[in-house]
Design a protein around this ligand. Structure first.
Ligand code: AMP
Ligand code: DBH
Length: 522
């Protein structure tokens, strides 16, 4: 993980405090015992109850054979049991692997195999679109399936001592740019530093009410400041089963929500719906928007329409998180993606040869710091390219750094489509498509989209009869790929343009195809 001299510095400067996730929950129970921690529909769970539930589930899982250092793939919607499960695993010292509700057999199967998961914990309740997560049990073998509605419970006295603060706490997912998703190893110490600072930057107090709209296991609503920041501050978490205004607006009013986090397309939906209904949330103080670029014209509507403050958040599950601060002027809040959390977040903006560019010039964002990983989990080969020799993470983002350290995201160099905050690795989808009998070659690229920012377009060189978009989507669905990874558009071509010298570079090819697309569509 971090070289010894960095670890020492991060401890000396008080960033890594030796706190574990179990400590967080215990101190919450001690300090805020009878206050409500989590609201899930009609259920209200206090801080003390939350801790008791987690300990009892920890003992139950332990009795069932879940051991320290076991990996457990967790795929849950926004329900209270999410907290029982993850804090139980944290207490044991087993590591949750955070799948998203949208993941299907291809992703879940891969996570379980790659992490040699001891268990797969999901829900027996069908999702809004009718999907039964229990059907993923076959993909998850040999991990045992445990349902959130049927969690084992036991006597906490039987539990072994908990994990050390420097230990691996969980594996988060990367949006990725490679054929197989990469897993992000985060420790108690490093993650909780970012959580505490985030809670502070977002001014969370015990009177704050944090609404979870995005999938709770995503890094943004989990930690920026998210549900963990809320628990740190003694605030109240309200779980929403859906991001739709019809569900969320009444919930915000009923629960007095003060802060929530959205991706840009959802912010747009909320703004339009609020305007139509002349709805102005009395309680809402801060709307956080992140995960993809928020255009200034939409950013400018937040305060006038919703009557709250906007905060832009530019983060990544690998670590570095940037926030516009709550007291910064409009010029910063509307036009930048914020500045880093920590004085020890090292940011380098470089050209293609890793040479620093001048402030204000666009370059590749590299970063290193007290909560940014030094390598993906069990990915030695990929780590050689994803990190510099001196440990900077190559984010794949193109940014401009302003005088005051604020970053403006200008684009992306990585082979990824950011579909309204949902990331798609081009290569992962291409690898699946190459298995289609009618596909000779395939390249997936981003196309600009007014609503989502980007959508995905697949260029296909067919074998004979060209497949239709419907064929390809059905094929990918059949292979168990998450729905958001299905291409939105198809272009059939006779052959791919020849790039560079010698072997075709997939990256150059994608970039050529992208420019062809923008010139043909205007
Ligand atoms: P991941 O590495 O999968 O956690 O995704 C993080 C990536 O999402 C970043 O590297 C950016 O490409 C993108 N991202 C996150 N927040 C923003 C934002 N506010 N503006 C633009 N891009 C963002
Ligand atoms: O997109 C992200 O991954 C992201 C966005 C905002 C993130 O991980 C975060 C904040 O912590």
């Amino acid at each position: 993980m971090w070289p010894a001299e960095f670890a020492r510095r991060y401890r000396e400067r008080g960033y890594w405090t030796g706190q574990t996730f179990d400590d967080l929950l215990r101190s919450g129970a001690e300090r805020f015992g009878d206050r409500v921690a989590v609201v899930d529909g009609e259920r209200r769970i206090t801080y003390r109850q939350l801790r008791d539930r987690a300990l009892s589930v920890a003992a139950g899982l332990y009795e069932q054979g879940i051991r320290p250092d076991d990996r457990v793939v967790v795929q849950l919607p926004n329900v209270a049991e999410f907290f029982d499960v993850i804090f139980a695993l944290f207490r044991i010292g087993a590591q949750p692997v955070f799948a998203l509700p949208a993941h299907r057999a291809a992703e879940i199967g891969y996570f379980c195999r790659h992490t040699e998961a001891a268990a797969f914990i999901t829900t027996g309740v069908a999702s809004a679109d009718g999907f039964d997560h229990r059907t993923l049990a076959a993909a998850a073998t040999p991990a045992r399936m445990i349902l959130a509605e049927d969690l084992p419970r036991g006597d906490p006295a039987t539990l072994p001592p908990g994990p050390a603060p420097g230990a691996l706490a969980f594996l988060q997912l990367s949006g990725g740019s490679t054929g197989l998703p990469k897993l992000i190893p985060r420790t108690h110490d490093d993650y909780l530093y970012s959580v505490r600072e985030s809670a502070d930057i977002c001014a969370l107090t015990p009177d704050s009410v944090y609404l979870v709209v995005l999938p709770v296991a995503h890094n943004f609503p989990m930690s920026s400041p998210g549900v963990l920041g809320a628990l740190h501050a003694g605030a109240r978490i309200v779980l929403s089963p859906s991001p739709a205004p019809a569900t969320v607006f009444p919930l915000i009013d009923r629960e007095g929500v003060t802060i929530t986090a959205l991706v840009p397309p959802l912010a747009l939906v909320w703004l339009d719906a609020a305007e139509r209904a002349s709805w102005r949330p009395d309680s809402l103080d801060v709307l956080q928007v992140g995960g993809a670029k928020l255009v200034p014209s939409v950013a400018a509507r937040v305060a006038p329409v919703l009557g709250c403050r906007l905060q832009q958040v530019f983060g990544m599950a690998e670590g570095l998180v940037n926030y516009t601060r709550l007291d910064e002027p409009d010029e910063i809040v509307l036009h930048t993606q914020g500045r880093p959390i920590s004085p020890d977040d090292e940011v380098r903006v470089v050209d293609d040869a890793d040479r620093p560019v001048a402030d204000g010039e666009v370059g590749h964002l590299l970063t290193r710091g007290p909560y940014t990983i030094r390598g993906y989990w069990r990915a030695d080969e990929h780590n050689q390219v994803a990190f510099t020799p001196d440990g900077f993470y190559r984010t794949g983002d193109l940014v401009r750094r302003l005088d005051g350290g604020h970053l403006v995201v200008e684009g992306r160099a990585k082979d990824q489509i950011n579909r309204g905050g949902e990331k798609i690795a081009a290569e992962e989808v291409e690898d699946h498509l190459l298995a289609h009998p009618d596909v000779h070659d395939a390249a997936v690229v981003a196309v600009p989209d007014l609503y989502l920012g980007e959508r995905s377009c697949v260029f296909v060189v067919p074998v004979g009869r060209p497949p239709t978009l419907g064929d390809l989507r059905a094929f990918l669905r059949e292979r168990g790929l998450a729905a958001y990874k299905m291409p939105d558009k198809l272009r059939v071509v006779d052959r791919f343009p020849v790039t560079g010298v010698g072997k075709t570079s997939r990256r150059e090819l994608r970039s050529l195809l992208r420019s062809r697309l923008s010139s043909s569509e205007g």
